[in-house]
Design a protein around this ligand. Sequence first.
Ligand code: HEM
Length: 615
Amino acid sequence: MTGRKDVHHDFAVAISWSRLKEAIYEPFLNQSIPYDASPFASSAQETKSGLWTGTSRQVLVAAGILAIPFVFNYLFAVIVYHWTNLRRTKRQTPPEYPAMLPFVGSTFSFLWDSASFVKKATSYAGKLTCVRISLLVNGIFLVQEPAAVADMWKNQCLSSPIYVYTIGLRYMFGMSEKALETYTADDSGPARNPHPSSNVAPHNRVDFLTHDLLLRGLTGAPMLPTFRRFQTIVKRNLGAQEIGDEWVEMPDLFRFFTKNIGTAVLEALFGPSLLEINPGFADDMWTFDQEVQNLAKRLPRFMIPRAYQVRNRMLAQIQNWYRYAREHFRDDEDGAAGDWDPFWGSVMNRDRQKSLLGIDGQDDAAMASADLGLMWTSITNSVPSTMMTALHIFKDADLLSRIRASLEDTVSRDASGVELAMDKLLSKDLLQSVYAEVLRLYVQTYITRCAPHEDVAIGSWWLPRNEVGMVSSHVSHMNTEFWNEQNGKHPVTSFWAERFLLDPSDAQSGPMKRTAGDMTNEAEDKAAKGATDGGQFSSKGLSGAWIPYGGGFGACPGRLLAKRMIMFTSALLVSEFDIEIRTPEFEMDSSHYGLGIQKPKVPVAFAIRRRKACH
Ligand code: HEM
């Protein structure tokens, strides 16, 4: 027995080949010892356990031998990683983040522990950096160094989201491989002029055509009519709720928002017909949203049947809508239907039909996948962010009364109801700061770029040609090197309504961290007294740091509409209703990390009543 222990001990201390051989062969040798002549086993039971010990040790040792190349490989990767970071030269490719398992690389950590893995992988010596992570199929570059992120937005070659489009359309929104071929073949870029090295036919420039239609539809002339529809529908939806002077208890704030605000987003953008002919569509959207991260992880149908069922149902409902709208919509040669009609909603949808169906391989089914993506993006980002803005305001009585006071010159009422002057509302400092802080705190999205034709300089690194660069908004938003935390009083992980208010005479104010050297005497005095006079909303200098909407030419085309929807809805609720939050403490859910905005993990109960001042 002692001899066996020694073998184990020696193996652990020094891996010597002769000992390993001995350890592997010994159990076989033991098997040949006659039962009754065995010096070790005195019973059948003991023989069995002796054999078991031997076999398991053999397996362990064999595994140990097999692991040796992996261990060396890992150690080598660790050395290269540190070497590259410590001896950085200008314009080098970001180093590979060491991963124990070859082929699989960091896949499991990236998919199942994203928040902490991405945070860990993208910081070196306490600062944000750029790094390559290897995944099952290929690798991606995580880009977090602020200068590199800012360059991602500036460089026209990096403005195409086509890579993430193809991934999203294939795995999340169910587009067929045939239709996807045009997407994967398009290397012409999203700009009006195609990349000089690209040979894609003009009618197949799906990247440009999609982006251009979205920009025109969501930031151009049709945006305001869409927003006005949204205002009318929200007021109609809230008016239809049975809420009077008495408190009404409700179990789930998110449900309240999906019902009243989510349907308003859908109806304003896509018209009432979509929801009228598919009464379950809005609810299906939230079921789909619960499942979408499983689809993004590429889990097969038998593991997540509900995800595939709800997706199929929604794709069929969208195609129903096309048929209905085609049958009922009438326009004349002057385009009298204008920017909005009840069948297609925004003119953008009519234009998308005309343009996108002309692309090779596209049909109604492919179009439905693209529209499901657009619908999901528009509603699942704006509803939770509106809810979190309102929730923070109503949770804090002092903040609520300051916001109410600031909105006094914005609200007017007449016989037809309440009106909010949007030009004034959009420039309210405190409300803008709350909105910006909510997006900073809760948006957990990846912004993905790829330059198919050339290597691109990002900060002091190179992003190689045809490789995918990805920025996590959350990592940038939690950068303690950048954000002002007022010496720990307002950590980046917590909500601070005034974070984006800059008072020039107060060096402790503003979104960015400032050093003591920046302070004037007056500012030092104020800081010592802890005084703040408010200040003005400021987003100056935040281009590589506050990135809830991505950035540059590829930035979210819905951002202007989203800001209007969030600020309008919050202001409307604040001026028309009292809300008491009954579940003040809750955890936020990070399970959608990379795909959008956090929501509370549990239903947030609340009570609501119409404000007496509003009658
Ligand atoms: C708070 C709300 C929202 C947030 C945080 C958000 C965030 C984002 C982000 C991070 C991107 C990627 C941008 C990039 O690659 O640089 C994006 C893309 C996009 N967003 Fe938004 N979004 C919001 C609301 C909306 C709304 C309301 C719409 C539609 C009405 C919309 C439509 C889109 C579309 C269509 C894209 C893809 C754009 C393209 O590829 O050209 N988003 N959004």
